[in-house]
Design a protein around this ligand. Structure first.
Ligand code: NDP
Length: 251
């Protein structure tokens, strides 16, 4: 049941589109106070407007998770205005041409900054806040199937490397929290292909993606939001740690 989260503060990074927007919306419907972080503030404001009158509420904060200062400012605002953080969903993520043989290292750096460092910094701030307030919180990383198994697609080198890093960061944090008998939960939620703005046009030309879209072998953002609710709904002594969401072909 989601009862224990009603009225509690959740932070969702990358809540302006796709999976993050679906998660933020779902958590507001479940009655949480959801702090929505992303760079496109106007998208967050639109979502907040759409969710007026629901059980919970959306609080947009313009945040670039590749900037440590932005993340610190967001957590500071939350502390001063809303209270302890109970849930963090590390969803913000980017891809791009991450080909290792001829790609641009500035692109790689940016992807690592968002997918690995942004996630790490937000996690540190949430864990600190949860520990300081004695909150048995829940941290959910939106990882990927390519954080567990590799596919042979051109351009997909640094991106899966960042997701493997997320797998390692989740597991090492789980071990650390476990060794200190912390009740903070961590879930690494790994979707297969989801129909969002993430996939760049040059990826969509690739056979592997064309085939998936042709076969309608694609998940909806809502499927991942359902997964988040599923993980959050477990009783206090149960932890869903690695959840991989595969899609079954419609054809
Ligand atoms: P979208 O492009 O729709 O959403 C990405 C979100 O991340 C946006 O809200 C974007 O907001 C935000 N974001 C990107 N860069 C930053 C930044 N520097 N600071 C803050 N927010 C940022 O893609 P998805 O919904 O598909 O992606 C969400 C997550 O799901 C990612 O981690 C992705 O790796 C993962 N995923 C996606 C899959 C898919 O097939 N789509 C499959 C498996 C995992 P803004 O631009 O406004 O800052």
């Amino acid at each position: 049941s989601m009862d224990r989260w009603v009225g509690k503060v959740a932070v969702v990074t990358g809540a302006s589109s796709g999976i993050g927007a679906a998660i933020a919306e779902q958590l507001v419907e479940e009655g949480l106070e959801v702090v929505a972080l992303a760079r496109r503030k106007e998208r967050l404001d639109q979502l907040a407007k759409k969710l007026e009158g629901k059980k919970g509420k959306l609080y947009p904060i313009k945040t670039d998770v590749s900037k440590e200062e932005d993340i610190l400012n967001a957590f500071k605002w939350i502390k001063e205005n809303l209270g302890p953080v109970h849930v963090l969903v590390n969803n913000a993520g980017i891809v791009g041409n991450t080909n290792l043989s001829d790609g641009d290292s500035n692109v790689w750096r940016n992807i690592i900054n968002v997918n690995v460092l942004g996630l790490s910094i937000a996690t540190r701030e949430a864990v600190r806040d949860m520990k300081a307030n004695n909150v048995d919180g829940h941290i959910i990383h939106i990882n990927s199937v390519v954080g567990h198994q590799l596919i042979n697609a051109p351009n997909l080198n640094v991106y899966p490397a960042t997701k493997y890093a997320v797998t390692a960061l989740a597991e090492t944090l789980r071990l650390e929290l476990n060794s200190t008998k912390s009740k903070i939960k961590i879930t690494s939620l790994s979707p297969g292909l989801v129909d969002t703005e993430l996939i760049p046009d040059d990826y969509k030309q690739l056979d592997i993606f064309q085939k998936a879209f042709n076969d309608k072998a694609v998940l909806d953002p809502q499927d991942i939001a359902d997964g988040v609710v599923y993980a959050l709904s477990t009783p206090p002594h149960v932890q869903y740690f690695v959840v991989i969401i595969y899609v079954l072909r419609n054809t």
